[in-house]
Structures are given as structure tokens and as C-alpha cells.
Design a protein around this ligand. Structure first.
Ligand code: TYM
Length: 332
């Protein structure tokens, strides 16, 4: 069975619609035919400053949201990154094979370091993509379901896998990215040129899975659109309405053409009202289920312990092979 690996950072109390439509929906769908491993990447989260108490809560909250969205521990391995030390161990080895210039070209690093300023730009932020490569390569992953913003990190992962294999012999599977069509890049509702992100400038542009449904509806109805009235898909000239069409299509499975035809001559008001309903209907049960799961933190911890056990066993096997190939002496 082909292996799937993906992860999200527990850097907020809620995942957002971009995380959900860009990645999580695919995670759930892949469970039918693949052997998936889904990770809460807490080590990645601390590459920007986190409040310890908030981080602690957000690891469980993120786990609960994965489960509520449909990740099923019978079919998937679900665990927390810091529970499996092999991730940081492999990251060290891969870091010694990553060019400084190569890592410097990562656009997400350049964006984040520009946003946080030189003083807050840490070595950890710089080596973030190397740890991500370790996450993926440690399991012999075939497929990585992510949003479009991870494309470059996936390319680096593939390069590192190939480089290790040619230097030390065939060890790693070279993974493929699985990036959705309509929802690969969901934009901020208030700033439709910027991607929706936990660090969005405005709360109003960010649709959170854990928002109250009334707030979600309000955010969608107040989304920025252009001065025309026509519901037409034109990302360059009409980014606001095009983003909303992408969200609609990804949520319901309707095609963009179908939606354009349905709303022809009806204006933005109607369209936004329906979109708000469609999104709220989808997110409300996920939110409710998340809150329910959070009432039993001991059970969440138990599920994560089972996942960590399974993940460790698999990761240790590949790490040991890597250490042998590099030439390390085994502990006697
Ligand atoms: P994170 O937590 O920033 O994002 C989690 C997932 O959500 C996707 N995503 C989006 N998709 C569409 N539109 C958006 N506006 C949007 N914003 C976020 C991201 O592409 C991602 O799939 N580096 C990863 C975490 C990670 C990882 C891994 C992923 C660490 N190790 C190994 C895959 C495999 C990240 O960006 O997390």
C-alpha cells in the first residue's frame, strides 16, 4: 500500500479554511486506499515564538480537529512530531547535505524572515524545510497531500532524497506532492491577493474551523469583492470573487462553470449568502465534534501515544539504515 505523510503546525487555536480545503480534505479521502501518517508538527511550530501554555493546548486542539474532520485512527497513524526523536535525528543528517544557498532560496523562509525581522529570524526557521524533508523521508512516503505553498519544500525533499540515494545507495523513496486543483491556494477574504494564513493581518479575512458559525457567515458575507456585480472566475482581475468561487467549488464539488451559470445575473449578495450557508454547514459539525473531543484530553493523549508507538517503530527502522549507510558505528 502506498504511504502518505503530511502535517500541520499547532501554532493557533484553530485551523483555517485554507488548511482544511488545501490539505485536510485530501488527508481524509486518502485513507481509503493508502497507508497514511498524519503528524502534529510541534517542532516546526516553535520556529516562530510560541507561548508555552498556548502551544500545549494547541497540540491537543489540532489533534482534535484532525479527528473531527475525519482522520480515523483505525486507518491512519496519528502522532505528535516531538514524540518521535528520529525526526530531528534524520534532519541533522539531511542538514549536512543541504546547501546553504539552496536553503536560502526557499521563498517561505524569505517571506517569514522579512515579516519577523532579522532579530527574530532563527537558524530553526532557516532549517525548517530540512526538518520537513526528514518528516517525509523517514517513512518511505510516496505521496504528500499539501497546499500549493509547500510545493518548493517538496522539491527540496525530492532533491535531498535523490542526493542521499546517489551518494550512499538507494535508501529513500522520492515522494510526490498531491496538491488540489481549486483549493491549492485559498486567499484572505479581506485581502484576496494574500494567502489565507494564521498570521493574516486581519481576523476578518481568516475563516477558522473553530469560529462560531455566526462569525463565519459574517466573514464570508463581508468578503472583499470588486465593483462589478458578475459572478465570474477571473483570478487576475477579480481575485475576491474568484477566491470565493474556489471555496464554493472545493466545499461542494460543483464545478466553477456550473456555479457561474447558476449565479449569472444574480449579483454578489445572493452568491455570498449561499456560500456562507454551504461553508457553515460543512464546518459546524467539525467544530462541534472538536469541542466534544476536547472534553476528554486523556483519551486524546491515549490515541497519540498509540500513534507515536507505531510511528517510532517505522521511523527507527529507516533511521538505522541511514546511520549504517553514513558509516556510523552502532552502539554495541
Ligand atoms: P501549515 O500548518 O502552515 O499548513 C498546513 C497545511 O495547510 C496548507 N495551507 C493552505 N492550503 C491552501 N490555501 C491556504 N491559504 C493554505 N494555508 C496553508 C499547507 O500547504 C499545508 O498543507 N510545512 C507544513 C507543515 C509540515 C509538513 C511536513 C507538511 C511539516 N512537515 C511534512 C507535509 C509533510 C506547513 O506549511 O504547515
Amino acid at each position: 500500500t502506498p504511504i502518505v505523510f503530511s502535517g500541520m503546525q499547532p501554532s493557533s487555536d484553530s485551523l483555517h479554511l485554507g488548511n482544511y480545503l488545501g490539505a485536510l480534505v485530501n488527508w481524509v479521502a486518502l485513507q481509503d486506499e493508502y497507508d497514511p501518517i498524519y503528524c502534529v508538527v510541534d517542532l516546526h511550530a516553535i520556529t516562530v515564538a510560541q507561548d508555552p501554555k498556548a502551544l500545549h493546548d494547541n497540540v491537543r486542539r489540532t489533534t482534535a480537529q484532525y479527528l473531527a474532520a475525519g482522520v480515523d485512527v483505525e486507518r491512519s497513524t496519528l502522532f505528535v512530531q516531538s514524540h518521535v526523536p528520529a525526526h530531528t535525528e534524520l534532519a541533522w543528517v539531511l542538514g549536512t547535505m543541504t546547501g546553504f544557498g539552496e536553503a536560502s532560496r526557499m521563498t517561505q523562509f524569505k517571506d517569514k524572515s522579512a515579516r519577523h525581522g532579522t532579530d527574530a529570524t532563527t537558524v530553526g526557521l532557516f532549517t525548517y524545510p530540512v526538518l520537513m524533508a526528514a518528516d517525509i523521508l523517514l517513512y518511505g512516503t510516496d505521496l504528500v497531500p499539501v497546499g500549493d505553498d509547500q510545493r518548493q519544500h517538496l522539491e527540496l525533499t525530492r532533491d535531498l532524497a535523490g542526493r542521499f540515494n546517489s551518494r550512499y545507495g538507494d535508501t529513500f523513496v522520492v515522494p510526490e506532492a498531491l496538491i488540489p486543483k481549486e483549493s491549492a491556494r485559498i486567499y484572505d477574504l479581506q485581502e484576496p491577493e494574500a494567502k489565507m494564513s494564521k498570521s493574516s493581518a486581519s481576523e476578518a479575512g481568516l475563516v477558522k474551523l473553530m469560529d462560531d458559525p455566526a462569525i463565519t457567515a459574517k466573514k464570508i458575507k463581508s468578503a472583499v469583492t470588486d465593483t462589478e456585480r458578475e459572478v465570474r472566475y477571473e483570478p487576475h482581475t477579480k481575485p475576491g470573487i474568484s477566491n470565493l468561487l474556489d471555496i464554493y467549488a472545493a466545499t461542494t464539488g460543483d464545478s466553477i462553470a456550473e456555479l457561474e451559470a447558476r449565479y449569472a445575473g444574480r449579483g454578489y449578495g445572493d452568491f455570498k449568502k449561499d456560500l456562507a450557508e454551504v461553508v457553515v454547514d460543512r464546518l459546524t459539525p467539525i467544530r462541534a465534534r472538536t469541542l466534544e473531543l476536547l472534553e476528554d484530553p486523556a483519551e486524546l493523549d491515549r490515541l497519540l501515544a498509540v500513534g507515536a508507538e507505531r510511528a517510532s517503530e517505522r521511523a527507527e527502522r529507516i533511521l538505522r539504515e541511514v546511520y549504517d549507510r553514513v558509516g556510523f558505528v552502532r552502539r554495541g
